[in-house]
Design a binder for this molecule. Sequence first.
Ligand SMILES: Nc1ncnc2c1ncn2[C@@H]1O[C@H](COP(=O)(O)OP(=O)(O)OP(=O)(O)O)[C@@H](O)[C@H]1O
Length: 340
Amino acid sequence: MSDEILQPEAAADDLAFEGALRPGSLAEFVGQQKVRRQLQLLLDAAQLQNRAPDHILLAGPPGLGKTTLAMIVAHEGERPLRMTSGPAIQHAGDLAAVLSSLVPGEVLFIDEIHRMARSAEEMLYLAMEDFRVDIMVGKGAGATSIPLELAPFTLVGATTRAGLLPNPLRDRFGFTAHLEFYEADELHRVIERASGLIGLQIESDALREIAGRSRGTPRIANRLLRRVRDYALVHGAAADHTAVSAALELYDVDEHGLDRLDRAVLSAIVERFDGGPVGLSTLAVTVGEEAETIESVVEPFLVRSGLVTRTPRGRVATPQGWRHLGRAAPGPQPSLIDDL
Ligand SMILES: Nc1ncnc2c1ncn2[C@@H]1O[C@H](COP(=O)(O)OP(=O)(O)OP(=O)(O)O)[C@@H](O)[C@H]1O
């Protein structure tokens, strides 16, 4: 994405900041009410039975709180937490090393679990079901497998692409939480809490303005809050509505959270192709961006915002999309009216 301020993935400077802002309990975790209640039940039941909670899969786009929830699962049950990620597990042996060193009741968090090696996935099936792995020793006809007992543990897997997980793996999770984008009032609460934690005095309508531009994503909301803090600090100004408008204009984030590339795509559909339909590859060439970036980053947000729709013949700007660019959507063509 051209404008990194709105990317939902963590950037290096987010990481230091995010550690201090993560809610430590389900009660402090804002929004996702259904998921919170489901998780609470699962954790309470495990506590009453004095056992490790069932394995949990957290599915949803980046920046919505999957890592935070994994930490909460460990923290609420007062269990140690081990963190790793799919890309770090490229061989079954990598996974065996982690699993065999877990202590009883430990929570194992595997981020981006869909990116783990296939051989490790297969090892994980048995580990999740029976707390056991079979270690292969030797090669060819002389190879034997030695069973290794594991301490009972809770696997918390996170994925942005639940559809990429093989069914046998998905089925072994006792609970799958689907995280949704946040409403503006929920993001308002996220950054209200964050501003308190970083000691920033900020007005409520400034928070509302940031929340409305954060694309439903707490990570983006926290990042925009930081830029507003910087702006207020450097200009010796209050962190108010004016500071938000000025700071976010500087970073090309408009009042609906669209950045330069989003607007370029929308205006290409409206201005160059009369509102569409236009195919993805034509659109990509027109704005000079990879088709994949448009399809995976720009388009989902424009569609979710009601500015663009996808049709079998291509992308079409909605009347709201036209209005966003300050243009009136054309009415039905005279020939179409005649046909009615
Ligand atoms: N519900 C929430 N309430 C308060 N803060 C939140 C909430 N969800 C996320 N955050 C904040 O947003 C930031 C990103 O959250 P987190 O790292 O958990 O997202 P993630 O879904 O794991 O992202 P990724 O998929 O990129 O790893 C953190 O600073 C976290 O404190």
